[in-house]
Design a protein around this ligand. Sequence first.
Ligand code: SME
Length: 156
Amino acid sequence: MDKSQQFTSLLDKVRKIVAGSDPREQKLQDICQLLEKEVLYYNWVGFYLVDLEGDQELVLGPFVGEPTEHNLISFGDGVCGQVADAQEMLVVQDVSQENNYLSCSPDVQSEIVVPLFNSEDELIGELDIDSHTKSPFTDEDRLFLDRVGELVGGLF
Ligand code: SME
């Protein structure tokens, strides 16, 4: 199975999780588990959710992978904070070249962060994926994760 076939099949599985009857938190956890297990170079998969009562902060939600000390990230800080400000997907193919970066583990080489929007087009969170491989993300990953992001945004 090539990458585009794999992503098509994974998208079907994400659709099924989203359409299921579990609570939203569980669906997010299941999506993390699926992506981390099935895509070999997705080594940490997690959600950060916008603290709607707080002041421009992201709160760590469901994730799979090594625990992180970054439970709370202010808008503007790190890759996640940059995405919260710009409201656009950001791909860092080599984290050693990124100045505004919050390290979770020395094993991480690259990162992709996808903003999530609700039906009113408000930013409600982010999908964050770290990889232990340098430059692993292609346009196929962008397209795939963009679709995953749309599906997850529909849950809010
Ligand atoms: N690297 C992120 C912080 C979150 S960890 O990857 C889990 C950043 O720079 O915002």
